[in-house]
Design a protein around this ligand. Sequence first.
Ligand code: FNR
Length: 189
Amino acid sequence: TAHKVGYFVGSLASQSINRKLAKALTLLAPSQLEMSEIPFKNLPLYSYDYDDDFPPVAREFKQAIDAVDALLFVTPEYNRSIPGGLKNAIDWASRPYGQNSFTRKPSAIIGTSPGAIGTAIAQQNLRSVLAFCNSPQMNAIEAYIQFTPNLITDAGEVTNKGTEDFLRGFIGEFATFITRVRAALPRDE
Ligand code: FNR
């Protein structure tokens, strides 16, 4: 069966290397996965003052998450954690209390950095957040991608064969994981 996957790009930068990685993954994904971006840059900073009446931009954001079967986080590491914009988006999606959009929604994490540890610490931070939000997470394959110049073109073409094969394996494994979680944890019960 087909799975709809919504992906978050953790960076708001116009030349984001994580956006290039997301593009590559959409091209390498098995045909079973329907990939679409869930943008979050227009969300205001969250506070629970909004909980009684979410603004339209936040309602649309939560509806976009509701409309997909799984979430893929493609994120840089900023100061050894995830970027503030991404954390803000997750806080919005988790609320109001009792309407957590992540419940039973399978997720996977990947990221790239020019640094040698390739976003490993940010990913570990994000795992804690998503665990609290009750999202079943794919634990393996882990993917820490060190971005060397031109590793992925603006069009999403991976210029290194080993990296391309690894990324295809990662996104293929995610498809299998989504199938398993959806069978075990139907959301519409
Ligand atoms: C960084 N960068 C960075 N890299 C890293 O590996 N670990 C880190 O903790 C940080 N911290 C950090 C903080 C801030 C505020 C910035 C702007 C950058 C470097 C970062 O990996 C690099 O800028 C990437 O290009 C970020 O990915 P995007 O935004 O291009 O997708």
